[in-house]
Design a protein around this ligand. Sequence first.
Ligand code: BG6
Length: 468
Amino acid sequence: MNNRGIVIFGGTGDLAYRKLFPALYNLHCLGSLPDDYKIVGIGRRDYTNEDYINIINEWTKEFSRLQYTEKDFEEFKKRIKYYKMDMTNMQEYNGLVDFIEENNMKDGLIYYYAVSPGLFGPISEGLKSANCLSEKKNSLEDKSCCMGDTKVIIEKPFGNDLESAKEIYRNLKSYFKDDNIYHIDHYLGKEMIINIMTLRFANAIFKGVWNREFIDRVDINVYETVGVDSRGGYYDKSGALADMIQNHLFQIMSIVAMEEPKDSSSKVIKDAQSNVFKSLKEVSPEEIDDVLLMGQYKGYRDEDKVDPNSVTETYVAMKLEIDNERWNGVPFYLRTGKKLHKRESEVVISFKSTSEGVPGNNIIIKIQPDEGVKINFNIKKPGTETKVIEEVGMDFCQSCILENRMNTPEAYERLIKACMDSDKSLFSQWEQIEISWNFINRIIDLYKKNSNKLYFYEVGTKGPKESF
Ligand code: BG6
């Protein structure tokens, strides 16, 4: 099927400017977009096409991974169209259809819903009423404006809880074929997260010891220095559990913990991940304070659009156990927070000590900002002493190699391309979203009934002092 274009609802939003257009610029420079590929940004603002292109130019200069050049942008900008409309007004979708037709974008169209979930329903309905969704190959009888399968990409939050997530999904399914709904979890597009499977399964030295016999604990940390910035309205209703743990950290955990997939098809990989979620050990009311710690940075309540009495968590530490043969008894610690001491995401696999007093080895998978793998192990301290053990590290910094940096696509670049190619392996699956929400909902209920403790922390620190 030909890919002719992408229509971005929320084309004047932060995500479009900061991530989607720079990613599309990179794909353009790499020659990954067909010659006649068009990009339509939809917004309510009164911009001319030229205004819009000028804005995108500035963001692309700042955020594109590949070297920005005026020459490349001159070519890239020919693909960009701005379309002003009110997404909640059904009458306006007929105009959009004409616009899509005029720009010859009908074939293999992607709709990107870079808007809040409340708008998903009205947009889908508008597209349907204007006959702009097509599920079948075009035929002479088919009067719909779009040929080939129309796909939709949606961004998290996939709801605020299980019920709202289900509602969003049910609604989307009434407009799009299941196969054509792409749930973006941009962490799945990050180089080192994709790399975890290779690291685990293509190395005998890791593969054989990746289990409870050798591993003592696993820590998954995603620390951020940013606060909520202009997203207070959204964040205050969401919090770190729904914003980061339920999706990004759970996805990482499932890749670290899953059984080796029998083949590399996306279905088999996704099922292997889902099995991890299904094996998460239930938490009892008495355990809640030992498995969940919530924090809030000081000053959060003064942020724009945040309730001055908000009890929303900006920090979470969680201890999970996976109840299966491979992992029984091995704690998985998940931590994430905003306005912390550093921006760093990593997975630390800590091995058991071989004998008393001997430090356990560990493997650190560095996700960002540096990408690489560090292995800490023990040697004899050099010199005449034969019994003194010294811990040393071997550090492979993948992103320090310029060529790797140049050749590593940004997450959104990779994911948009995967959607164009109908490859779903880098997207979250509905089943995973459902199971993870189920688990998180139960934890939240237990917390509300049996704990409700919120620990405040200073900006620029490691989070609450009480955290585990
Ligand atoms: C988003 C969250 O999904 O991920 C944000 O909504 C968070 O709150 C962001 O800041 C982190 O992404 P990255 O790629 O900067 O680690």
